[in-house]
Write a protein that binds this ligand. Structure first.
Ligand SMILES: *Cc1c(COP(=O)(O)O)cnc(C)c1O
Length: 390
């Protein structure tokens, strides 16, 4: 199907109807598959015959999701995982060994920081955290045993970017692999593999589902790295995706492009409105000309995404007042949903950090993060205005 365009592939790639010729992708809710003979069982276990035999290893509904996402990201292989964190863990287990060193952006999903600093270090892997957009800092952090670079762009919650192409060149000069967490953009807005990254990780829980129902994740890259090494971690480690969840994500991918367009459109309008509001000190959105990396965002992404953060004048009290005056927006840390969600990072997602760490990451007490949903933008603005008045 490779001669089709993105929106067609998002709907049709990976579909492999059964003998019933069902039109909509079927849900194969089965843990195992039977064999016609002892010979067939032996051949399938040995890998001589490619077929599904146990859903920890492979399943037709999950395979549809993997093939579809691989095509959309432009990768040779994709493996689906139980959650986004399982995808990141699978990459680390598949690529690294004791004695290896990783350079990671400091501005990554909070749980990724905990996984790296508190768990992977127990197995003899060393981490250094650097400022995401500071390419010299990445260069200087490289050691002879550096094996991997890890970054998320745009970052959460302050929408900082890194030039993926430039970062991939630095990684490759040092014989390290570049892993990009592409959750915020999805392949609709950004294709890290085409820009030089070696591996893309996803939390399908976010925009790929898009309606806040299922947990899932994915790793995309080439056949050797992802199709063999990281697949092996899943086959043996067992953090595979549930077929039910894969079925939901298959449907999610079909509308992803359409949804991302509206997320971006609503986010742009909200960012412009907040930017002009007298009670707002600062707005973080790559689509604003005032964003320090607006030009890079225009070059690297096809649109600016659905995440908008802003600092309200008056610190924590003013920020909490906005949150507590809402009548519609959901107060929850999840993102990428049709429903608009709001969080106060300093006391929730980034509450476990020290004050110094928060200052370094620009997480001020007045900061609020919004995952702009698909409701009418007039209602989103109206709901926020309750706590911004008086
Ligand atoms: C949510 C998220 C993850 C982790 O995904 P889970 O599905 O919650 O395990 C990783 N990276 C980013 C950027 C996320 O937003």
């Amino acid at each position: 199907m490779s001669d089709f365009n993105f929106d067609t592939l998002a709907i049709r790639a990976g579909n492999d109807p059964s003998s019933f010729q069902e039109h909509s992708e079927a849900l194969f809710l089965t843990s195992s598959f039977t064999f016609k003979s002892a010979e067939e069982a032996a051949a399938r276990f040995a890998g001589d015959e490619k077929a599904h035999f146990y859903s920890r290893v492979s399943n037709p509904t999950v395979a549809c999701f993997q093939d579809r996402l691989a095509v959309l990201e432009g990768g040779g292989a994709c493996v689906a995982t139980a959650t986004g964190m399982a995808a990141i863990l699978a990459v680390m287990l598949g690529v690294l060994k004791a004695g290896d060193h990783v350079v990671s952006s400091r501005s990554i999903f909070g749980t990724s920081t905990h996984l790296f600093s508190n768990y992977l270090t127990k197995f003899g892997v060393d981490f250094d955290f650097v400022e995401l957009s500071d390419l010299d800092a990445w260069k200087q952090a490289v050691k002879p045993n550096t094996r991997l670079f890890f970054a998320e762009t745009p970052s959460n919650p302050t929408t900082e970017l890194v030039d993926i192409k430039a970062l991939s060149e630095i990684a490759h000069q040092s014989d390290a692999l570049l892993v990009i967490d592409n959750v915020f953009c999805t392949p609709v807005l950004q294709k890290p593999l085409q820009l030089g990254a070696d591996i893309v990780v996803h939390s399908a829980t976010k925009y790929i589902d898009g309606q806040g129902r299922c947990m899932g994740g994915a790793v995309v890259g080439n056949n050797k790295l992802v199709g063999e090494d990281i697949f092996g971690v899943l086959r043996n480690g067992g953090m595979s995706m549930s077929p039910f969840n894969a079925w939901v994500f298959n449907k999610g991918l079909e509308t992803l492009s359409l949804r991302m367009q509206r997320h971006c459109q609503n986010a742009m309008e909200l960012a412009c409105w907040l930017d002009k509001h007298p009670k707002i000190e600062k707005v973080y959105y790559p689509g604003l000309a005032s964003h320090p990396q607006h030009e890079l965002a225009k070059r690297q992404q096809s649109d600016f995404g659905g995440m908008v953060s802003f600092v309200v004048k008056g610190g924590k009290d003013a920020a909490w007042k906005i949150v507590n005056s809402l009548k519609m927006l959901s107060i929850t840390a999840n993102l990428g949903d049709t429903k608009t969600t709001i969080t106060h990072p300093a006391t929730t997602t980034h509450g476990r950090l020290s004050q110094e760490q928060r200052d370094a990451a620009d997480i001020s007490d007045g900061l609020l993060r919004i995952s702009v949903g698909l409701e009418d933008i007039r209602d989103i603005k109206h709901d926020l205005s309750h706590g911004l008045e008086g």
